[in-house]
Design a protein around this ligand. Sequence first.
Ligand code: NAD
Length: 266
Amino acid sequence: MKPRRALITGGASGFGLGTVKALLAQGAQVAIADIDGEKLRATADELHSDRVLPLVLDVTSPPSVQQTVAACQTHFGGLDTLVNSAGVIHFGSLAETTEADWDRVIDIDLKGVFLCCQAAAPLLRQSGRRGRIVNIGSDVSKIGFPLIASYCAAKAGVVGLSKALAGELAPEGVTVNCVCPVGVSTTGMGQEVLAYKRQATGATRAAILAATAADIPLGRNPTEDDVVNAIMFFLAEESSFLTGVALDVDGGLLSTSTLPGVADGQ
Ligand SMILES: NC(=O)c1ccc[n+]([C@@H]2O[C@H](COP(=O)([O-])OP(=O)(O)OC[C@H]3O[C@@H](n4cnc5c(N)ncnc54)[C@H](O)[C@@H]3O)[C@@H](O)[C@H]2O)c1
């Protein structure tokens, strides 16, 4: 099977970078697009591959997005894969969240996905049945959490957007799916969330991670690889009949419940 030609937003860190590495291992050509130019250069140096195209991208800027997609066309001769992993989070109550805080999260996490899908769609359509979009939702795409309302709204929107685009791009065989992970503490955002929880509760890192693992039916916290594996699953040729799916990567958290007083033997 021909190697993929991929664009990964937020590709200099976390799930994006993990996906870049997994695609490179399969022989793909990969554009790593990220707003953080320094991290991007360091990542490109570390990967040291002529199949890597590092591109500074701001997903909130239509010209920046269009230039990025045009660079993929120039360097790869087309594009069959888009993974939208760029994202930010904001913590604050309803009263504390300013309009600027709200706009920043919605612009990067939701509008950015729309702009990248819109700009890449013509190339993905041309690639026909190889065309793939994977967006990154979250457990908060499906349930609410206090103090991160803008992030919950954006991530719920990402699932709605993905399902709508799945229908629109289906006639050309392009699939659009979402992965919805629970918190992974090792990525840039994961570390930010952990630091916020530590500050809010005074608990240690180990205590917080033990508490989150105890909530997950499979009994452990997720790893970056758990999420990257789910993204790669949607990119596999064998997944060509899956579209509009929002896949929980959560160890069973959202799908199962214990019967109080029974599961623990009381
Ligand atoms: N880590 C988690 O617990 C978790 C859980 C569920 C979903 N997610 C989602 O996974 C995705 C990846 O996050 P991560 O955890 O790997 O964090 P990360 O911080 O390691 O990666 C996010 C990347 O996005 C880039 N970025 C930010 N704003 C950008 C912009 N305007 N344009 C282009 N790039 C930009 C950052 O520079 C960074 O490299 C995000 O969409 C996030 O919301 C993360």
